[in-house]
Design a protein around this ligand. Structure first.
Ligand code: DQA
Length: 154
C-alpha cells in the first residue's frame, strides 16, 4: 500500500508559524511520526510539500502512476483552488483532507473548503494528530477496497 502525503503552502514553516494555531512540531517531525504509523500499518508513505499550486497539481497527477491514495493538507488553497480540486477529482485516488486547525471555528473565509467535495472525508482541528487520523482513515478505505473493489466509473 503506497500513500502520498501532501502539504500545501506555508506548511514548510511549521514549528515557527503561528504555533498557537498550528502547533510546535516541524513538518519533518510530523512526517516522521506519520511515516512510522504508516509503516506499522504496512503502508509506505512518501511526503511532499510545495508552496506552488502547479507543483502540487503535478504531484497529484504523478501519484496516479504509483500511489493507492492521498492524504492532503492543501493549506490556504483549500479555500479557493478549483485547480487543485480538479486535479484530485481527475486522478480518482481516494484522498483524505486534513487540517491542523479547526477551520470551521476560524475566520469566515476558512470555513469552506473547495477540496472537501472531492475528498473521501475531512479531518480538522486535532493539530498534528489530524495527519495521523487522516492516514488511519485512508488505510481503512484502502483495506476496504481490497475486499470490495470500487466499480469502474466512466
Ligand atoms: C490549514 C488551514 C488553512 O486555512 C491555512 O491557510 C493553512 C493551514 C490547517 O492545517 O489548519 O495553511 O490548512
Amino acid at each position: 500500500m503506497k500513500i502520498l502525503l501532501i502539504h500545501g503552502p506555508n506548511l514548510n514553516l511549521l514549528g515557527k508559524r503561528e504555533p498557537g494555531i498550528y502547533g510546535a512540531l516541524t513538518l519533518e517531525e510530523i512526517n516522521g511520526r506519520v511515516s512510522r504509523v504508516a509503516l506499522e500499518n504496512g503502508a509506505e508513505l512518501r511526503c511532499f510539500q510545495s508552496n506552488s499550486e502547479g507543483a502540487l497539481i503535478d504531484a497529484i497527477h504523478q501519484a496516479s502512476e504509483w500511489a493507492d491514495g492521498i492524504v492532503i493538507n492543501p493549506g490556504a488553497y483549500s479555500h479557493y483552488s478549483y485547480a487543485l480540486r480538479d486535479a484530485i477529482a481527475s486522478v480518482r485516488l481516494p484522498a483524505v483532507e486534513v487540517h491542523l486547525s479547526n477551520i470551521y471555528a476560524r475566520e469566515e473565509f476558512r470555513r469552506h473548503s473547495v477540496i472537501s467535495a472531492v475528498a473521501a472525508g475531512c479531518i480538522a482541528g486535532f493539530g498534528w494528530r489530524s495527519y495521523l487520523f487522516g492516514i488511519e482513515a485512508l488505510i481503512g478505505i484502502l483495506r476496504d477496497r481490497e475486499v470490495n473493489p470500487p466499480a469502474a466509473e466512466s
